[in-house]
Write a protein that binds this ligand. Structure first.
Ligand code: ADP
Length: 432
């Protein structure tokens, strides 16, 4: 640290004019004293002049001493205090470095051009960096062959990179984030998430296996229930009806869980053209079949665009929203399916005039088995997994879901697709 000049509190602060004025005043006083002492004006002036010269020499002596270089001076208590503080700061800094180097998470300090300034032990293990060899090396060049380099190139500060292979430990996965630090510098943090990823994988496998195992027995039970004719045992007819409905619901839950497991493990979809005009016509028919004349169903489609993605998954997601609108709108209400261009792509939306959803529930609706009203959901044959499936399908198509709702007035569920997912329709597919 460069030495800073500390003003000496014992040095009087004088203005430039004080010295000449003091000298003149002294001489005048000398003249006056000389005259009073019997007209010896010259003698009075001389005595005062000598006194002033002595005073000035003493003063200059102090000033010369105060501007002498530090080592020439004797150590002062203040100097000792400064030295002690410097030593304490250096020791704190050492402790801080030692602590950071022992952190289980990787920490890399980067300068404004993402050159490595320092990293800890975990960074050496997880990212494969070595100090001092890698000091000053540009990080994205050093990690060139990894997904991390591409993420750094695209300005990783925007969002963290999750579950990527650790460049220095290929059997581990890490989550990485980049934070601004100091003056245009950055600190890169990486955490080993292999354990969490393994647990997540175990959960997924468990759900998929259980669902798969349940599928066959449920199909058998449902099949036998269908075979029994309620007229053969009229007393059991209501029980039989309930058993059939419940086994059908269980079958649907199993199917939805299997769909979710598949969507979760999938990272991308096979892109195909999804002609929207016939799809919208199908969705309308499905809504009318489910509603059985209890609602007015309308389609407004003026986007004049097709989608690019998985026809099966997109149909499943878009029809889920239609089925929810029918199930959560009392008889006499209306349902409108829209497909429109928007400022940033195109939007598919389903509006209803149904029960609506209180704002406090909106953020959690896409969680598995989250329901605003369990009895209403079960009463209408819901599995509690529909919106979760919608969210996963949209994620795979880089689209997002937005929900607007007012209790008692209805809801609008909208899927926003970006321009990369839109295609001009080919001849032969009319908008309905
Ligand atoms: P469910 O099978 O229960 O309908 P979803 O995941 O499709 O499961 O929906 C989750 C919950 O969101 C539903 O239980 C319901 O409470 C609420 N919900 C979904 N769509 C609507 C809608 N159009 N109007 C009112 N509530 C809705």
């Amino acid at each position: 640290m460069p030495p800073t000049s500390v003003p000496n509190p014992t040095t009087p602060v004088r203005r430039a004019w004080t010295l000449p004025v003091a000298l003149a005043a002294g001489l005048l006083a000398g003249m006056l004293l000389g005259w009073l002492a019997g007209g010896r004006v010259v003698l009075g002036v001389a005595i005062v002049a000598v006194a002033e010269i002595v005073l000035l020499l003493t003063r200059f002596g102090h000033v010369a001493q105060s501007i002498m270089p530090a080592p020439a001076r004797a150590a002062t208590p203040r100097h000792d205090h400064l030295q002690m503080r410097t030593r304490r700061l250096a020791s704190n800094l050492r402790d801080l470095r030692r602590t950071a180097s022992q952190l289980p998470d990787a920490v890399v300090l980067l300068d404004q051009d993402q050159h490595v300034r320092w990293c800890n032990h975990a960074a050496e293990t997880l990212l494969g960096l070595r100090l001092p060899q890698d000091r000053g090396v540009q990080l994205r060049q050093r990690l060139q062959a990894s997904e991390l380099a591409g993420w750094l190139q695209q300005g990783g500060e925007r969002e963290p990179l999750h579950d990527t292979i650790a460049p220095g430990k290929p059997d581990s996965q890490i989550s990485v984030s980049l934070l601004p630090f100091g003056r245009r510098q950055q600190v890169l943090l990486a955490r080993d998430t292999s354990h969490v990823t393994r647990l997540e994988q175990m959960r997924r496998d468990f759900v998929a296996n259980v669902s798969h195992e349940l599928r066959t027995p449920l199909t058998v039970i449902h099949g036998y229930l269908e075979l029994i004719d309620p007229e053969d045992a009229p007393a059991l007819a209501p029980v039989l009806g309930e058993m059939r409905a419940q086994s059908k619901r269980m079958g649907q839950i199993v199917e939805d869980l299997l769909t979710l497991s598949r969507l979760e493990t999938q990272h991308r979809v096979e892109d195909e053209r999804v002609p929207m005009a016939p799809l919208l016509a199908t969705l309308r028919k499905e809504a009318e079949a489910l509603s059985q004349g209890r609602h007015a169903v309308a389609v407004e489609a003026d986007a004049g665009l097709d989608l690019l993605g998985s026809p099966k998954d997109l149909h499943s997601a878009l029809s889920n929203l239609v089925s929810n609108a029918v199930r959560y709108t009392p008889a006499g209400g209306s349902i409108t399916i829209r497909w429109r261009r928007s400022d940033d792509g195109a939007t598919y939306s389903v509006s209803d005039t149904g029960y609506g959803i209180p704002a406090s529930h909106l953020a959690r609706l896409t969680e598995r088995f989250y329901r605003v009203s369990s009895s209403r959901s079960r009463g209408t044959g819901g599995t509690g997994l529909g919106l979760s499936i919608v969210k996963h399908v949209l994620n795979l198509h880089q689209a997002r879901l937005s929900i607007e709702s007012e209790p008692g007035h209805g809801s609008t569920f909208a899927c926003h697709f970006s321009p990369e997912r839109l295609l001009a329709p080919t001849a032969g597919h009319d908008e309905s």
